[in-house]
Design a protein around this ligand. Structure first.
Ligand SMILES: Cc1ncc(COP(=O)(O)O)c(C=O)c1O
Length: 365
């Protein structure tokens, strides 16, 4: 029997997600004993110690978690003057996106997004037979004016990823404010701020728009600064009525007890948050002058990663960096050829990165 005949055409047309190379894969392929993994924008300090401590004392794994997560939702909402009913939780923010698109996207609905941006949004649009309308970035930044012009009567959703992945850039507060004002009220504005905690002062706080503009949904995750990439916890802040529909399709018990308990504990871990931001800032202060010295350009980052140009004539920069013991993400695979996406690491990791780049530049000369 031909299995392909069973598959929905929207699914058959999708390409599988390619995650970053793991250290184990790199070691095997290149025979090196140590690798620096700067490919998935993980926190080089690890996971919030308070979260880890909370998991260690965990019991009752055989009992279903209280899937309401009322206390956690309340805590997540409070900093923005919102309530538990403004929050929907999920198994990472990717899971929340799937729930929202299942709820919102009908065949033919247009979804306006930047190009390139985080690939999940176009993929989930296609999954529900929606139409991604891709608006090219301008100098690595969302072109909000062009995105606004791309809105039609068929537009269901507009996606802003701030900071943007893979370019690491942010939108200006003023430009965002203008954009939001001009957006028709029936169009859902989805803002993914997975890296919000790393953003410099004067950045957009999309959560502040939720109370003001009901059709606004903000995605946040603990994968990045809190170090929950493997533990999995993400959430949406949005209009209670809209989220109540999404709750109808949310997978029950999608947030495990370990994730929920760790998330609550991590919210009290100011020290870890501050150390993580400081480490990232120190990394930026070390790396950007090094890039300049090497003649490489990176967009100004508002996150914990950079989008770095590679020396002209380097044929396969991703492979060349792997050979030098550094796992990055190929920009070519992310819609930004001629660049690599590289996580800002610990001081040691950053030093290894710079040494590898020096060698790359020397080889290209
Ligand atoms: C813009 C953006 N959104 C979401 C995610 C993934 O979030 P989560 O791990 O919460 O599913 C990432 C991770 O790479 C990201 O870069």
């Amino acid at each position: 029997m031909d299995d392909a005949a069973l598959i929905r055409p929207q699914v058959a047309a999708l390409k599988p997600y390619t995650p970053g190379t793991t250290v184990a894969q790199a070691k095997k392929a290149y025979g090196l004993s140590t690798f620096v993994k700067l490919s998935s924008n993980e926190n080089p300090l690890g996971t919030s110690p308070r979260a880890l401590e909370a998991i260690r004392s965990l019991r009752d794994l055989h009992i279903y978690v209280d899937d309401d997560h009322a206390e956690l939702r309340e805590r997540l909402a409070a900093p923005y003057g919102l309530e538990a009913r403004h929050v929907m939780v999920g198994h990472g923010s990717n899971d929340v996106v799937r729930t929202l698109f299942t709820t919102l996207i009908a065949p033919g609905d247009e979804v306006v997004l930047a190009d390139p941006t985080f690939s999940l949004f176009a993929k989930d649009t296609l999954l529900f037979a929606g139409v991604p309308v891709k608006v090219p970035l301008r100098d690595g930044v969302h072109d909000l004016d062009a995105m606004q012009r791309a809105v039609t009567s068929k537009t269901k959703l507009v996606v802003v990823v701030d900071p943007n992945n893979p370019t690491s850039t942010r939108v200006e507060e003023e430009a965002f404010e203008r954009f939001v004002r001009a957006l028709p009220e029936g169009v859902v504005l989805l803002v993914d701020q997975a890296y919000r905690e790393y953003m410099p002062p004067g950045s957009v706080e999309a959560a502040g728009y939720v109370a003001r503009r009901p059709a606004t949904i903000v995605l946040r995750t603990m994968s990045k600064i809190y170090g929950f990439a493997s533990l999995r916890f993400g959430y949406a802040l949005g209009d209670p009525q809209l989220l109540a529909y999404a709750e109808r399709v949310r997978v029950p018990f999608g947030v495990s007890r370990p994730a929920a308990i760790a998330a609550l504990a991590a919210l009290d871990d100011r020290d870890f948050l501050e150390r993580s931001v400081a480490t990232n800032e120190a990394g930026k202060a070390m790396l950007y002058p090094a890039f300049e010295r090497l003649g490489l350009q990176a967009y100004p980052t508002a996150a914990n990663f950079v989008a770095l140009s590679v020396p002209p004539g380097t044929r396969d920069p991703y492979e060349e960096m792997l050979r030098r013991g550094v796992v990055t993400r190929s920009g070519a695979a992310l819609g930004m050829p001629g660049r690599l996406r590289i996580t800002i690491g610990s001081p040691d990791q950053n030093a290894t990165l710079v040494a590898a780049l020096e060698s790359l530049v020397a080889a290209a000369a």
